[in-house]
Design a protein around this ligand. Structure first.
Ligand code: S3P
Length: 252
């Protein structure tokens, strides 16, 4: 290696060492911010504050700070909610949309089980149901849940039938808290109108069909749930806030 390159690399290592020290210092302050927010019941994500910080920078510097802010939110989220947050409930209650927003809010990774299964199976869930049947799908779903057993600090959206298996519930509870999202058959019917991706409904979305399956599953959902949020009148953002409020209240 030329001595010039060696010299430049030495300088970079020095920069990185300083960055690391500053990063550690920042994260220590963030821990204190998290403790304060926990006590005062303030939200982790303050969009105005983040926009203000980001407006000081442009281009790749802005990118750098965007990442830093996400890591800071993640660090705070572990102080306030030191467990996985797992959304359960019937089709159409908003598990995927709420989960994605919630994860963004907390700087966490979002795992959508149906999405992961579709990638793994290399086909849509409807196609898999049609080719292999529901039993095979449930085995794949259960195997995936077992594989995710060790994951920590994530937000998970389950498929609507995942918690019908008590082993899945036990496994998910080991690292996480189960939050049930609910909606009336009427709301679910309206939300799923025109949706052909739910094989359990047999390709047809009717209020009677939904009410029947919902009543068969109601007690399983209620038994698995550690928190319940009724989503009928709420926007996605409002459900996210309601989830965070219930989790925060439970620890006080
Ligand atoms: C199912 C719900 C689906 C998917 C599969 C089976 C169910 O997930 O896992 O079609 O049994 O309720 P969503 O609840 O995300 O639609």
């Amino acid at each position: 290696m030329s001595s010039l390159l060696q010299d430049l690399r030495g300088k970079l290592d020095n920069c990185d060492g300083q960055l690391q020290k500053l990063f550690q210092e920042r994260m220590e302050i963030i821990q204190k911010v998290a403790a304060y927010k926990k006590e005062q019941k303030l939200p982790i994500y303050d969009p105005r504050r983040e926009a203000e910080i980001l407006s000081r920078y442009t281009g790749s510097e802005q990118e750098f700070f965007r990442t830093l802010l996400r890591l800071s939110r993640y660090e705070q989220s572990l102080v306030l909610f030191p467990y996985n947050i797992i959304l359960i409930g019937f089709m159409g209650v908003g598990k995927t949309s709420v989960g994605a927003k919630l994860a963004q809010h907390l700087g966490r990774e979002f795992l959508d089980l149906d999405d992961l299964l579709e990638k793994r199976l290399e086909m849509t869930i409807s196609q898999y149901f049609a080719n292999q049947g529901e039993g095979a799908f449930r085995r794949e779903e259960g195997a995936l849940i077992q594989e995710l057993r060790a994951r920590q600090g994530v937000v998970i959206a389950t498929g609507g039938g995942a918690i019908l298996n008590s082993r899945n519930v036990e496994t998910l509870k080991q690292q996480g808290r189960l939050v049930l999202l609910t909606a009336t058959p009427q709301t679910i019917t309206a939300r799923l109108q025109g949706d052909r991706t739910r094989p359990v409904l047999g390709g047809e979305v009717t209020e009677e069909g939904i009410a029947t399956i919902l009543s068969q599953r109601k007690s399983a959902y209620a038994q698995a749930a550690q928190y319940t949020i009724s989503t009928d009148q709420l926007t996605i953002e409002e459900v996210v806030d309601a989830v965070l409020t219930s989790l925060a209240q439970a620890d006080n």
